[in-house]
Design a protein around this ligand. Structure first.
Ligand code: F6R
Length: 605
């Protein structure tokens, strides 16, 4: 969480920093600030609220200078106020820093530093500015290196000093930092979209790295030794990171789902021959696995949940799924030859990273499924499969979920094939179904006005319940999560069969019950659950197949979904649930791209 950016070059730093901050606002948005070195003087402005509030505050100021840093905050220590907003400075007012992460020993450091230094915020970050001040006589680079040794915790730090206006110093431990290399200009940031307009060349810093960044030269040190880091070419485009005429990123990203699905699968299979291939994966290892563990958080966990049903049904391999923040404290006993799969959009979720560290030594083979190229998790495992969903700016995960599912469906087929659990005819057929998913999603999207009308009808309700059976149960969980995040309405997802074991007590004439009710082998059972709720005057919103004629008699509102084979239903059912959450959030006047208290990349524990 928190977005940080630094710029050094020949252009007006303020313009580039404000541009970058707007692209990073999805990472945190309760306060923002900038420090610029203008004519060897450090100028700092901060404001609680959004980046727009900061811009309003400085709009009449003349701020020049070609070196600076900026920050958009997601508060951890201290309320979102002007005083707690970053950048922070030392007592001389010459050193300025921005920080993402948590300095865990800040309290004891502050107690010591307080004797000599005057603190002006409640943040953990400010201690670092004062620490540097104690060593600054040795130059900024050495001062940062020495101060780093004193702190514990997770951080991405970017520091400038008006006494050394030719450089930025950046340090990473656990929180992401990426350097964008332009023509005689360099950016250092929490994420790529902040500089995508100016350059596509990037270096991802690794834990323990300290970078000394000048406009024409970058040096990186780790453990006091100079190290080389690979320069990567980013394929994302600037256009992908803009709204492109849509009122919100979230709607744009939902509308991009057919493309995201297609892009993710591109080049990975050939349905004529039933061939499946993944770059960067050791296929022979997959052939011999005997167990699977999948670790993830939030929406990525729901993708893992769908995968559990698929892997067990298609490959016959015992598959367990784990929430990152829980499994990291457990001592899981991994079965023989366990394949570990980590799913993360950002590749930076600290709970997931730490969970993997906890068990990686016992992994027979490990695969990361991530969207952000070069992110921490993309580099930590034996193999990586990228979801090519493009940048996802809306805080709620939408298109990256469908892309994760695309990879997981293909991986399940691949393992089933390697294990001889599926015949070639069925593989070809499944691949053909995957091929047609984007056009079926498009059909659902073209019907979005109907979902908007349902949202208009129910947006004032206080509680929603979502139900699904079998492979559709995780979709009920994901539908409920989307609604909570985007509309602040209380929503829960349940296995439809579990309803009568407790949740049914919540049912009355005010609670909408959203049922995923495909006409499949479990249809009759779901219909029974619908009847049980109708008998208690509950409101029914049903998702069902287009060919289902009987649902009209049972549901208050119906969302029809194109007919599709049973196992593939989640790939379609999630789309209307994302749209429902979106339209309800918009109706309630919520900033759906930046809902309160949330941040896109969760880099605190
Ligand atoms: C939900 C959402 C979060 C993330 C979770 C994991 O809309 O965005 O629940 O899914 O924080 O993030 P990643 O996938 O980046 O590890």
């Amino acid at each position: 969480m928190c977005g940080i950016i630094g710029y050094i070059g020949n252009d007006n730093a303020l313009d580039k920093i404000l541009y970058g901050l707007k692209r990073l606002e999805y990472r945190g948005y309760d306060s923002a600030g900038i420090s610029i070195i203008d004519d060897k003087k450090l100028i700092r402005y901060r404001s609680r609220g959004r980046i727009e509030d900061l811009i309003e505050k400085i709009k009449d100021k003349k701020i020049n200078g070609t070196l600076g840093i900026g920050h958009t905050r997601w508060a951890t220590h201290g309320k979102p106020t002007d005083e707690n907003a970053h950048p922070h400075i030392d007592c001389s007012g010459k050193i300025s820093i921005v920080h993402n992460g948590i300095i865990e020993n800040y309290f004891e450091l502050k107690e010591k530093l307080k004797k000599k230094h005057k603190f002006s915020s409640e943040t953990d970050t400010e201690v670092f500015a004062h620490l540097i001040e104690d060593f600054i006589k040795e130059g900024l680079e050495n001062a940062v290196k020495k101060s780093i040794l004193k702190i514990k915790g997770m951080y991405a730090l970017v520091i400038i000093s008006s006494d050394e206006p030719d450089k930025i110093v950046a340090a990473r431990q656990g929180s992401p930092l990426v350097i964008g290399i332009g023509e005689s200009e360099v950016f250092v940031s929490s994420d790529i979209p902040s500089f995508l307009k100016y350059t596509k060349k990037a270096i991802f810093l690794e834990d323990g790295d300290i970078a000394i960044i000048k406009k024409d030269k970058i040096r990186i040190f780790n453990n006091n030794k100079e190290v080389k880091r690979q320069i990567r070419n980013i394929k994302w485009t600037e256009k992908q990171a803009q709204k492109g005429g849509f009122p919100h990123f979230m709607l744009k990203e939902i509308m991009e789902e057919p493309q995201a699905f297609e892009d993710t699968l591109m080049g990975k299979f050939d349905e004529r021959y039933g061939n499946i291939k993944f770059e960067n994966i050791d296929i022979m290892k997959l052939k011999s696995i005997e167990n699977i563990r999948i670790i993830a958080c939030g929406t990525s966990y729901h993708a893992a949940y769908v995968a559990k049903y698929l892997f067990e049904k298609w490959t016959g391999i015992n598959t367990q799924i784990e929430i990152g923040s829980e499994i990291r404290y457990a001592n899981p006993v991994l079965g023989e030859k366990t394949l570990i799969i980590i799913i993360s959009q950002s590749g930076e979720t600290i709970d997931t990273i730490e969970a993997f560290k906890n068990i990686k030594n016992n992994a027979y083979y490990s695969i990361a499924i991530v969207n952000v190229v070069g992110s921490t998790l993309s580099r930590m495992l034996h193999g990586v499969i990228y979801t090519h969903a493009g940048p996802e700016i809306g805080v709620a995960a939408t298109k990256t979920f469908i892309s994760q599912l695309a990879v997981l469906y293909l991986l399940a087929l691949c393992i089933a094939k390697l294990k001889n659990k599926i015949n070639i005819k069925d593989i070809k057929n499944s691949l053909r179904i995957l091929r047609k998913i984007p056009s079926l999603i498009k059909q659902i999207l073209s019907n979005r006005r109907q979902i908007e009308k349902i949202a208009e009808k129910y947006y004032n309700h206080k509680d929603f319940l979502y139900y699904g059976r079998n492979i559709n149960y995780p979709i009920a969980l994901e539908g409920a999560l989307k609604l909570k995040e985007i509309s602040y309405i209380h929503a829960e997802g349940y296995p439809a069969g579990e309803m009568k074991h407790g949740p049914i007590a919540l049912v009355d004439e005010k609670v909408p019950n959203v049922f995923i009710a495909p006409q499949n082998s479990l249809y009759e059972k779901v219909i029974n659950n619908i009847e049980e709720i109708k008998a208690r005057n509950g409101i029914i919103i049903a998702l069902t197949n287009r060919s289902n004629n009987e649902m009209e008699k049972k549901a208050n509102d119906i969302i029809y979904i194109p007919d599709i084979e049973e196992d593939f239903y989640p790939l379609l059912a999630i789309i209307p649930l994302q749209l429902l959450a979106y339209y309800i959030g918009v109706k309630k006047g919520i900033d759906v791209d930046k809902p309160r208290n949330l941040a896109k990349s969760v880099t605190v524990e």
